[in-house]
Design a protein around this ligand. Sequence first.
Ligand SMILES: C[S@@+](CC[C@H](N)C(=O)[O-])C[C@H]1O[C@@H](n2cnc3c(N)ncnc32)[C@H](O)[C@@H]1O
Length: 211
Amino acid sequence: MSDDDRLAEQIAYYRARAPEYDTVYAERADLREVLNVVDEVPITGDVLELACGTGQWTPALAARARSLTALDSAPETLAIARSRPGVEDVEFVRADVFGWRPQRRYDTVFFGFWISHVPPSRMAGFWEVVGAALAPGGRAVFVDEGPAEAYREGLEKEIRHVRDGTRYEIVKLFHDPRALTADLATLGWEADVRERGTFIVGTARPAAAPG
Ligand SMILES: C[S@@+](CC[C@H](N)C(=O)[O-])C[C@H]1O[C@@H](n2cnc3c(N)ncnc32)[C@H](O)[C@@H]1O
């Protein structure tokens, strides 16, 4: 399957899974706990949340942001995110991040459990979007599953099923913090990526121009 096809299937998978998505947070205490990362990372000023999903992070980001724009490709997850308390002032945007261009700049670009869904062929393009969205001095902040999580998911990491049994092929890459830091350096980013339990937490800013 081509990356284009897999990315389209990934969008379809999360649309179909929207009503089931939050059960994983209900079932896994470690996922609920990692939401506390927002207290440990620099979420400041005008914030853009990419791939906001059902809004697990959105109210906490909104509470820390001057303004928050939250983007996702799935109208079904956006509807759930919109229904949460604490997001009344959030601007929700439905868009495919790979074809989207920011109309303004932000102090923080946050993405939770998203970088693992970006195929290597789209990393440069994705980080160009992040760079175009950041104001001078701004930072990207991200959280995801780390290499330890690969064992939880077994070998078929890119095949997912929703409850009715429909099968989807998606992208799922468990980034090693050091390798991801090095990859981001080649794309022109100064990144700090650390393991936090079985998760990874990263901050990144555009590298200073030489000289
Ligand atoms: C693993 S979920 C993460 C949701 C949320 N950030 C969280 O941590 O619970 C991935 C999200 O990415 C969204 N998504 C998938 N492909 C996308 C794309 N091309 N552009 C924007 N969002 C996309 C899905 O709809 C889904 O809500």
